[in-house]
Design a protein around this ligand. Sequence first.
Ligand code: THU
Length: 160
Amino acid sequence: MKKKEIKTVFYEFSSIKELETDDQILVKEAKKIVKNAYSPYSKFSVGAAVQLENGKIIRGTNQENAAYPSGICAERVAIFYANSKFPDVAVSTIAIAAYTNSKFTKKPIPPCGACRQVLLETENKFGKNIRVLLVGGEKILLIENIKALLPFTFNKDFLE
Ligand code: THU
């Protein structure tokens, strides 16, 4: 028996000002778009902003439904929209922010498992890392790729 370890590296910023300019813009876009969330059930509004390699920014928000499981997270709305509009353009970064109880969350909000799986598909499709910016009032976290968020990933290699 061998014990093995998977290490996750991430960076923590105490203020948006510590980020490079493009990332600052992306964080602001994610925060701006939360107002478009449709979240009457959870009252938890999420905004995601996706930076594409062609310079475009695509934004998305969570969309809920009276039949609860029919709703979808902000990250998947943004990434599916990006892939639909620009199917041949790689994604470089996604920023995620959440708003509830009349304020942005203090803690950075991580993407759910389903969103990680979807983001991983796009990362693999283009063979390019997707950086993740998790935005919270007290800190911002940067993870350098989706694989780091989802070890033991299921991908197309297992479909043979
Ligand atoms: N949600 C997102 O949009 N992204 C996340 O990363 C976490 C959760 C949404 C789903 C649901 O509409 C609401 O937030 C509460 O879970």
